[in-house]
Structure formats: structure tokens, C-alpha cells
Design a protein around this ligand. Structure first.
Ligand SMILES: Cc1ncc(COP(=O)(O)O)c(C=O)c1O
Length: 360
């Protein structure tokens, strides 16, 4: 199976040897702390390093077992049955599932190629707005600088809490980095989260939140009552990786591997897709969003593609209640090789053209 469904790094992206050395060094250096219970908000020295990175006090940082676990805690704290929450349309499917499970009323914000449209934020009271401004999952879109400023401004004016999820910000191959909405808002009124899943390894399960101090304490209490303390060995290993300077060199290497894959995906799409097909051209991240206005429904295309050993995620999975994106596909280029990308996209192109011919 050629999988455009897996939004994970290709195996060769993972720095196994370096991480093994870091784990050993972390245990030898601070083993008695790492191997015990401790604060639910994370390994102290990593919390401090992240606090310094963001220019905040360490009591505003919560290091969670992957950033999705932090989302689940935050949602548990802020959402009850009927609570209104704003999300981009489309958005990452796992938070949608968590919100639906808690009974949230999910309200969507429209997007275009420059990301969410701040001036179209629905009126009313919302627990928070969940946004992925850079190389969004699933669309690969990035919120423009102007819109980042506008979003920070609107959030302040309306007293709307924005949760900025930024796991892909450093996974950039071209172009200039943009400031986070958190930074533009001066660190107030915007909660920020990121993860080492895409920059180090998903299996370390280390994500982090920058929150108002009171909310951070509440999330830490939820963490304690869920798992007592997070796995410090992972967190200390990541810290050692940062301290040794492995992080930057590894990121450069990984971004090089991913750039080849992104290029292979864009070249293949240009070669095989019909003229009316539209797709995003991200400067980083893992995903391309492909729309086939006159193509077959993505669910049908998926069933046929899987028969031909190619898979992807259908667009409707990224809309609340599956309403939207019927003719859209999320294509992850992060996991498969450039050769597999060329082959898999050719298969998709043939199926799309065959469906168009059959419809004539
Ligand atoms: C936008 C977004 N947020 C969060 C996550 C989850 O990250 P973690 O592995 O840190 O839980 C992902 C993973 O794909 C993602 O795409």
C-alpha cells in the first residue's frame, strides 16, 4: 500500500542512534529524578527551557504526552455539553472527535488559500477558537501575516481565547518564517501549543502548552489525576537532544528529506491531474489538499484507490459531522518515498480520468 494517509515522518527521518545516546546521557545525568514520579506539568529543566524559548514564566508551560493529550485536557476543562467552540473548516480530525465526544457545539470559520478569514469569525460567545495557522493539517495552508495580526486584534477585542496549534512551524522548506499569533498578541489571550513529534520523533510523545498561569495549573491538575506524571525519560531525552545542538542539524536533515517528497508530490500532481483540479503548494509541513470539482466523490475514489494499493484520507473527515470536502483529498507526502509518491499519484490521476471519461 502506498499511504498518503499517514501524517508521520518517513522512517529515515528518525534519529535513532542520536536519541539512544541522549536517553543514556539523560539517565546517567539525572536518573533518580527521571525514574520517579514528579510534577504533572513536565520535567522541570525542559519546562524551563521552553519557558525561556517563549519568554514566559515556567508556571505557564505544561509539557504533555504529545500535544493531542494536552488538547484533550484543555477541552475537558473548557468544554461541556453544548459549549460552543470555533474551528477552521476544514481542520485536524482528532480534535473534532474529542470535541464531539464532549458534546461541544462545533462552529466553523471559513478559510481560503491564506488561511482562516478573521473578519468572518461568527459572532457570539465561544469557549475558544482552535486554529493551526502554519502548514495546516489537513490543507497545508498558512495564515498570512496580515491575517495573523487581524486575528490577534479581534481575539483581544472580543476576549476570545485562541488556541494556536503549531506542530509544523519549524518544518519549513522554503520561504520566510512568520511570527506566531501568540507572539503577535504579546503572549496574552492566545494559548500556544506545539510538539516534538514532527521535529524529533512522534514516538517520544512530547508536546507542550503555553497557557495563562491559572489555566496551566488546572491542566497540570488534570494531568496528575490522569497519569500522575508524564514520562520524564522521553522529556529528558528531548532536552538532551536540544542541549547537544542535535535538534537544529536533525531538523535541517529532516526538512531536506521532506522537501524532496513535497516536490515529488507537486510535480506528480501537475503531471497527472485534470485541468480543473486545484491543490495547495505548501512551503512546509506534511500535507497537500487536493480538490477535484468535477471528479468522483472522494469516498468512491478512496475505495477504488485502495483496490489499487493507494490510500489517502477523504476530505469530509476534516469537517464537523463530515459535512464538506466531499470532493477533496488530504494527501500526506511525509511518509512515502519520492518514487512511491510519483507512482501513487499516477494511480490517483488514472482513476480520476477514468471516472471523468465514464461520466461523459
Ligand atoms: C495539527 C496537529 N496537532 C497536533 C498533532 C498531534 O501531535 P502529537 O503527536 O504531539 O500529539 C498533530 C499530529 O499529526 C497535528 O497534525
Amino acid at each position: 500500500m502506498i499511504s498518503f494517509a499517514r501524517g508521520v515522518p518517513a522512517p529515515e527521518c528518525l534519529a535513532v542512534e542520536e536519541l539512544a545516546e541522549c536517553a543514556r546521557a539523560a539517565l546517567e545525568g539525572d536518573g533518580r529524578t527521571i525514574l520517579s514520579y514528579g510534577p504533572g506539568g513536565g520535567y522541570g529543566p525542559l519546562r524551563e527551557a521552553l519557558a525561556e524559548l517563549h519568554g514566559v514564566e515556567a508556571n505557564r508551560i505544561v509539557v504533555t504526552s504529545g500535544s493531542l493529550q494536552g488538547f484533550a485536557f484543555l477541552a475537558e476543562r473548557l468544554v461541556h455539553s453544548g459549549t460552543r467552540v470555533l474551528v477552521e473548516s476544514p481542520t485536524y480530525d482528532r480534535p473534532l472527535k474529542i470535541l464531539a465526544r464532549l458534546g461541544a457545539e462545533i462552529v466553523t470559520v471559513p478559510m481560503d488559500e491564506d488561511g482562516l478569514v478573521p473578519d468572518e469569525l461568527p459572532e457570539g460567545d465561544f469557549a475558544f477558537l482552535y486554529t493551526i495557522p502554519t502548514f495546516q493539517n489537513p490543507s497545508g495552508r498558512t495564515l498570512s501575516l496580515e491575517r495573523r495580526r487581524r486575528l490577534a486584534e479581534i481575539a483581544r477585542e472580543r476576549g476570545l481565547l485562541v488556541l494556536e496549534d503549531d506542530p509544523y512551524g519549524l518544518v519549513r522548506y522554503d520561504g520566510e518564517p512568520l511570527p506566531s499569533v501568540f507572539k503577535l498578541a504579546g503572549g496574552e489571550g492566545v494559548a500556544y501549543c506545539s510538539s516534538f513529534s514532527k521535529t524529533v520523533a512522534p514516538g517520544v510523545r512530547v508536546g507542550w502548552y503555553v497557557l495563562p498561569a491559572e489555566l496551566a495549573a488546572e491542566i497540570e491538575a488534570l494531568a496528575v489525576s490522569t497519569y500522575i506524571s508524564p514520562p520524564y525519560l522521553s522529556q529528558a531525552t528531548v532536552l538532551e537532544f536540544l542541549r547537544r545542538g542535535n535538534f537544529e542539524s536533525n531538523l535541517e536533515r529532516v526538512n531536506g528529506l521532506l522537501r524532496e517528497r513535497r516536490d515529488a508530490m507537486l510535480e506528480a500532481l501537475a503531471r497527472v491531474m485534470p485541468d480543473d483540479a486545484i491543490w495547495t503548494r505548501p512551503e512546509g509541513g506534511y500535507f497537500v489538499w487536493l480538490e477535484l470539482p468535477s471528479g468522483p466523490p472522494a469516498a468512491e475514489l478512496l475505495a477504488e484507490a485502495e483496490q489499487a494499493a493507494v490510500t489517502f484520507v477523504k476530505g469530509s473527515d476534516f469537517f464537523p459531522g463530515g459535512r464538506g470536502g466531499e470532493r477533496a483529498l488530504r494527501l500526506a507526502f511525509s511518509f512515502v518515498s519520492p518514487e512511491e509518491i510519483a507512482e501513487g499519484v499516477s494511480v490517483l490521476g488514472s482513476l480520476v480520468r477514468a471516472a471523468a471519461a465514464a461520466a461523459l
